[in-house]
Design a protein around this ligand. Structure first.
Ligand SMILES: Nc1ncnc2c1ncn2[C@@H]1O[C@H](COP(=O)(O)OP(=O)(O)OP(=O)(O)O)[C@@H](O)[C@H]1O
Length: 257
């Protein structure tokens, strides 16, 4: 947790910026994500959260600034390289294969991590090496009973849980979650909060999230973005009470939703 974390952040951005045809979607962002923390990125629509997320995961090349992962400069590296160095992203990105079972998805991800890539033609025996670990990860995300269910037959919330298991199979040093509760009903939101609370143990999580109940429940640290810059950073209660944040969100419907 927060108190016990190393002083050096696992993920650090300095002066990070992204311009699209001269428009600064992200201005000059400084961000420190502490080891073992859950760090939320929030802000009104268009604040630059997704752009920042894409910069941190290598999906966009920054126009300015630097990103370091555990002290190593990863600025401008391709997404696969960033992922291999330990930054995994889940939600709104993973493609699930409809006929492939939950267990097979995780086995394939475990296999991919060994550097063999996503190869479907491997023998049952070879994939079996990953079975125990796959089942363990499915259990961790509450999908033990659905191990043999094809992805297409999983309900929405369960598909997202499977995507999470796939991301965890990569044993990320930092797990980035892109609006993990987007499109979910209240029950699935609660389940997802419990799930993230469980899987965060021993991991570092960065999440972009609109739902303030989720942020309040999970985040050790909250960075509020507005117009591409950091408006405020702090604990949830501190940030929530900050007049600048209240003003930024005025008229927005998703405060304390
Ligand atoms: N590829 C792009 N080309 C031009 N402008 C872009 C591009 N991507 C984002 N923007 C602009 O940058 C700003 C920040 O967008 P971004 O999607 O990062 O915000 P956000 O905080 O994630 O918003 P939301 O909460 O609505 O998802 C917006 O004004 C958006 O229109």
């Amino acid at each position: 947790m927060w108190e016990g974390t190393k002083v050096e952040p696992i993920l650090r951005a300095r002066g990070l910026g992204k311009r699209f045809r001269g428009f600064a979607a992200v201005g000059r962002v400084d961000l420190d994500v502490a080891h073992g923390s859950v760090h939320a990125l929030v802000g009104p629509n268009g604040a630059g959260k997704t752009t920042l997320f894409n910069l941190l995961t290598g999906f966009l090349r920054p126009s300015a600034g630097r990103i370091t992962l555990d002290g190593r400069d990863v600025t401008g590296l391709a997404p696969e390289r960033v992922a291999r160095l330990g930054v995994a992203r889940s939600f709104q990105i993973t493609t699930l294969f409809p006929k492939v079972t939950a267990r097979e998805h995780v086995e394939l991800a475990l296999q991919a991590r060994t550097g063999q890539g996503w190869r479907f033609w491997r023998s049952e025996r070879q994939l079996g090496r990953f079975r125990d670990r796959a089942l363990h990860l499915l259990d961790e995300v509450g999908l033990a009973a659905a191990a043999e269910t094809p992805a297409a037959e999983l309900a929405y919330g369960r598909k997202r849980a499977l995507e999470l298991a796939v991301a965890l199979a990569l044993e990320p040093r930092v797990l980035l979650l892109d609006e993990p509760t987007a499109g979910m009903g209240a029950e699935d939101v609660d389940r997802t909060i419990d799930l993230i609370a469980r899987i965060r143990a021993g991991r570092t999580v960065v999440l972009v999230e609109h739902n303030m109940t989720v942020v309040r429940s999970l985040a050790d640290r909250v960075t509020v973005l507005q117009h591409g810059d950091v408006l405020v950073e702090g604990g949830y209660a501190e940030v929530r009470a900050d007049p600048r944040v209240i003003t930024a969100y005025l008229g927005e419907s998703h405060v304390d939703r």
